[in-house]
Design a protein around this ligand. Structure first.
Ligand SMILES: [Zn+2]
Length: 695
């Protein structure tokens, strides 16, 4: 096989990147090159169950002998690492992505190439750590990068793909960047984020477009120089900070169209904000999966500044299984190789990777199932979220996600850029968590979805703004049957229910805690009467002296309306039950929304009685039957998951007749009972995760 490889018999296969591959990235430090045994490294990666590897290439530090003087060859390198890695990986049947990085370069190049580097508004070169960051329109990106890639692909035609690290279109105030922006939009490059400034709004759009264009040109160049070699880049589909995604110029659906797959980080560093968003890896997989095959890269490191300290084992196992259960491709990036200073989580990663390898056929063929979709709106985070996207938008969206996950409702997430009528019609119910900014076309699509039999649940200011963030005179969605007459700030202390059916899980309560803004609404003149109207406000009791905690009147403005529209329905909650759940964990909000979903969607594909922190994921197996995942996040308490709290006797109810069920983890059969049209599977004991197949 050695000889064959020398004779270039390796067959590149771009379609591989559309499969559920398993990738490991030994992100080598310069010093790791000393006495490096590449074959032994590749042996180990293959033994761990990976079928793809991401290796150091070039850009800042070259891991091969290069003719380009501005990428410094690693001084510890004793051989041609790229050549050896390709050969050894290919011998073991693994595909290879070669890592490039053009985000930064060396200070000593500034004098000769001042136009390579980014400038701040005062004209100073922008630095990162001890390096200079590069201008995304300058010769470094537009020429130098292409020459380096050309060299790599010319020398190593067997490279399966090029991966770019830190591939962000950062703001640059050099003369060229200013001129290009003015030519494209007519505006001066805005100096700061100001959402009232049309130049800023134009800049946000411009950067998404320009970066996607660069990415497309680079992908085309790579394929031209070395047909079949793909491009993929280091990105974030979602992040705690959506401002970072915007500042990097990533609008996922637009961006991903030129890449072989999405490669998105979910580096679950310990210094992320509390309470930790625990669904990140699965969430990015869900969103990405509607756009392209999605590979989520996890970091072995605890933080970026402590790269040699390991993630807690349960956390990384949980994250890996979120990716797999949602049909994604898992990846783990290590600082260095397997000879870690902190080895505590190596066995977990190896265990999950070999598990996924041993059941490769199941994972290759499975299709995630969802009765319900939540819409994710990057645009709303931008033009409506403005300076406070987390508080104004993301909390609504994340709260909605948590409510469905905690209710074990099979759901997925659609990026607004991947919404089509055809796609919407595959869901019984679609949720719009304060999707404030939408185009007329998108609104018409949702209206049509409802007219043709779909069910929509919208919260707060959904549809009240256009795509530029301008307030509309009327909400864009006709199907909700309401107009907005005003916005009340914290007007109520409670919402009281006239009909107890809205909170079936809490029959002993007549009201919901309320705080936050509330939209006053009135019937739309052209709308038919509502199917339901309820949840009326109790005016704020601001004097909370115990003797005064009562009320004598309630308002008549509904906090819930349901309208029929064509063959479907639209429920509208003109406040933020999603945000209240995220911020305060108000359990009745979850019960309310889950109840509305179940009322709209009817019998769900699956349900279970596990604790709320156990995620239920269901997929269709290739040959019929289900692949059911239970992911046990019990015990995270807002921080990282550091232990597994076993759960006993979980019942999973699935639609249809199931003859038998078996755990892929333990190999043991699970008891199955029939209940009418459904089947109930019992999982006797759940550790960190289980994967159950049914016949
Ligand atoms: Zn520039």
């Amino acid at each position: 096989m050695n000889e064959n490889n020398g004779n270039r018999t390796w067959r590149k296969d771009p379609s591989f990147w559309g499969t559920r591959f398993r990738l490991i990235q030994p992100n080598l430090r310069k010093i790791d090159a000393k006495g490096l045994d590449v074959r032994a490294l590749m042996d180990e990666i293959a033994e761990w169950g990976a079928n793809a590897v991401l290796v150091n290439g070039g850009g800042i530090v070259a891991w091969y002998p290069t003719d380009h003087p501005h990428q410094a060859v690693n001084e510890y390198l004793e051989t041609d690492f790229v050549a050896e890695a390709l050969e050894a990986a290919h011998e073991r049947g693994m595909r290879v992505l070669v890592r490039m990085d053009v985000s930064k370069s060396y200070p000593q190049l500034l004098e000769r190439h001042p136009d390579w580097f980014r400038r701040d508004a005062e004209g100073r070169v922008a630095t990162h750590w001890e390096m200079l960051t590069t201008c995304p329109t300058g010769p470094f990106w537009e020429d130098y990068n292409f020459r380096v890639v050309e060299e790599l692909l010319g020398r190593y035609p067997d490279i399966d793909g090029i991966f770019y690290n830190a591939f962000g279109y950062l703001r640059c105030y050099c003369e060229r960047c200013k001129r290009l922006f003015k030519e494209a939009t007519g505006y001066e490059l805005p100096l700061r984020e100001d959402w009232d400034d049309p130049a800023w709004r134009a800049f946000v759009r411009y950067r998404y477009d320009r970066h996607a264009d660069y990415n497309r040109r680079l992908a085309e160049f790579i394929d031209r120089v070395s047909p079949g070699t793909v491009l993929t880049i280091d990105t974030h589909v979602t992040l705690d900070s959506s401002a970072f995604i915007r500042e990097s110029g990533w609008y996922t659906p637009q961006f991903a169209s030129a890449n072989a797959c999405i490669t998105s980080e979910a580096f679950n560093f310990l210094d992320r904000p509390y309470p930790r968003w625990v669904y990140w890896a699965g969430e990015e997989t869900k969103i990405g999966g509607h756009i392209a095959q999605t590979c989520i890269i996890l970091s072995y490191s605890k933080t970026i500044y402590s790269r040699r300290a390991a993630q807690p084992a349960p956390q990384i196992g949980y994250d890996l299984m979120q990716i797999a259960a949602n049909g994604g491709s898992p990846a783990v990036a290590f600082s260095g190789m397997f000879d870690q200073d902190d080895r505590q989580s190596l066995p977990m990663i190896r265990r999950v990777y070999t598990f996924l390898r041993d059941h490769e056929d199941e994972y290759a063929a499975m299709k995630p199932l969802a009765d319900v979709a939540i819409v994710y709106s990057q645009r709303t985070a931008d033009v409506y979220g403005r300076e406070r996207p987390a508080e104004r938008w993301q909390d609504h969206y994340r709260g909605m996600y948590e409510m469905l996950a905690h209710s074990h409702i099979p759901f997925t997430v659609l990026h607004e850029g991947s919404v089509t009528l055809e796609k919407l019609k595959t869901f019984k119910c679609v949720l719009l968590p304060n999707i404030a900014a939408m185009t007329d076309e998108e609104a018409a699509l949702f209206d049509r979805y409802v007219e043709e039999g779909g069910h929509l649940i919208c919260t707060f200011e959904t549809g009240r703004y256009d795509e530029t963030g301008r307030e509309r005179p009327e909400p864009a969605l006709r199907c909700i049957g309401r107009t907005v007459t005003g916005k009340l700030d914290d007007p109520y202390s409670y919402l009281v229910m006239r009909d107890k059916r809205w909170l079936e899980e809490y029959p002993e309560t007549d009201l919901l805690l309320f705080t936050g803004p509330f939209l006053a609404t009135a019937p739309r003149p052209d709308a038919a009467g509502p199917l339901a109207e309820d949840l009326f406000g109790v005016p704020s009791v601001r004097n909370t002296t115990p003797e005064f905690a009562y009320w004598e009147t309630t308002e008549d403005m509904p906090g819930l309306t349901i309208h029929a529209c064509g063959r479907g329905t639209a429920a509208y909650l003109p406040w933020g039950p999603d945000k209240l759940y995220r911020d305060l964990g108000v359990p009745e909000c979850r019960s309310l929304v889950a109840g509305l979903v179940k009322r709209a969607a009817g019998e769900l594909t699956a349900a279970c009685d596990a604790p709320r922190e156990v995620e239920l994921q269901i997929a269709a197996r290739g040959e019929g039957g289900y692949l059911i995942h239970l992911l046990n996040g019990v015990g995270a308490r807002g921080g990282p998951l550091t232990e597994t709290v076993p759960v006993s006797g979980v019942s999973v109810r699935v639609r249809g007749a199931v003859r038998s069920a078996r755990s892929l983890v333990t190999g043991e059969a699970c008891p199955v009972e029939t209940d009418g049209e459904a089947s109930v599977i019992t999982v006797p004991r759940l550790e960190l995760f289980d994967a159950i197949i049914t016949e």
